[in-house]
Design a protein around this ligand. Structure first.
Ligand SMILES: Cc1cc2nc3c(=O)[nH]c(=O)nc-3n(C[C@H](O)[C@H](O)[C@H](O)COP(=O)(O)OP(=O)(O)OC[C@H]3O[C@@H](n4cnc5c(N)ncnc54)[C@H](O)[C@@H]3O)c2cc1C
Ligand code: FES
Length: 282
């Protein structure tokens, strides 16, 4: 919903949500399963985000990491980095948080139908992409190939390991994994090196492929170059930008790049669009 459609300012009012499950994903990330306390559905699209608040501490944007096809509950995967995220990590099932949203454009799901999806996730970038992967799995016949390239710093930092195991066993998902480094006593069947080391193994039909890329900003330039090198068109390379955000609804200007509000017009942009935004630095 745009601000112009919200004259009463309800977009600023968090809804209450109950934490149903809190599970460790790795040493730094936890998965939170939530339900809105008024019984309504979040009604989000893959790639959108919410503003989550811990009362008395503050608010932060978080990608929704589950698919809307998975029922009334939704999930957020949170890395503890500062005040708000550390406070979230201290919460337990039964605790109440505030939720605003869903916000942002999300992935253009209807334009992705029948396309081959090349999902490129760096580290915590798997969180928003997981929503899209679950969506495509649940509507499998509506999509072409599903190819996931997942890179992490070391194997112990992989997120959603149980789900990855299930995806690896499916004949209709192709997964290539990389780790920057791996301790000698850890078994690792993926590639060693940056995520770009996976591209030479890729055989895609660029005319049918849309790349969805989410990861740390440093990854984007190199991954975009690899996608272009494979022949994927600039408007078929989609990147999710993680800018500093406050309001999430196009009011405060924190996320602004030129005339574009990342919270409202993004966070998902095609490389063709981003090339025109001078400060986007991809
Ligand atoms: C659209 C969007 C989606 C996001 N999705 C997720 C997600 O799914 N999971 C997740 O764990 N995090 C996600 N983030 C990042 C998350 O919002 C920040 O980590 C959070 O705001 C930090 O709040 P804090 O109070 O804990 O940290 P602070 O005390 O504010 O900061 C602690 C440290 O984190 C850094 N930091 C703060 N905000 C950001 C940011 N936006 N990007 C990078 N570094 C930051 C600061 O520079 C500082 O070093 C997302 C951000 C955006 C904009
Ligand atoms: S976060 Fe306030 S304008 Fe985007």
């Amino acid at each position: 919903m745009a601000l112009s459609e919200d004259p009463g300012g309800s977009l600023y009012l968090p809804k209450l949500a109950e934490l149903l499950k809190v599970e460790p994903l790795s040493a730094k990330e936890r998965l939170f399963q939530l339900r809105l306390s008024d019984g309504s559905r979040l009604d989000h699209k893959p790639g959108q985000f919410v503003e989550i608040s811990v009362f008395g501490i503050g608010e932060a944007p978080m990608s929704i990491s589950s698919s809307p096809t998975r029922g009334d509950l939704f999930e957020l995967a949170v890395r503890a980095v500062g005040n708000l995220t550390r406070a979230l990590h201290r919460l337990q099932p039964g605790d109440i948080v505030g939720i605003r949203g869903p916000f942002g454009n999300g992935f253009p799901v209807s334009e992705l139908l029948r396309r081959d999806l090349l999902l490129v996730a760096g580290g915590i970038g798997l969180c928003p992409l997981r929503s899209m992967i679950q969506y495509a799995i649940d509507k499998r016949e509506q999509f072409g190939r599903i190819i996931l390239l997942y890179g992490c710093r070391q194997p112990a930092e992989q997120l959603f390991r149980g789900e990855l195991r299930e995806w690896r066993q499916r004949p209709d998902i192709e997964i290539l994994e990389s780790a920057d480094r791996c301790p000698v006593d850890v078994a690792w069947e993926g590639s060693l090196g940056a995520i770009t080391t996976l591209f030479p193994q890729l055989d895609i039909d660029p005319a049918k492929t849309t790349a969805l890329v989410v990861g740390p900003p440093v990854m984007y330039r190199f991954v975009v170059a690899e996608c272009l090198g494979k022949g994927v068109a600039k408007d078929q390379i989609l990147l999710s930008l993680e800018r500093r955000m406050k309001c999430g609804i196009g009011l405060c200007g924190h996320c602004q790049i030129n005339n574009t509000y990342v919270c409202l017009d993004g966070p998902v942009f095609s490389y063709a669009e981003l090339s025109k935004l001078r400060e986007a630095e991809v």
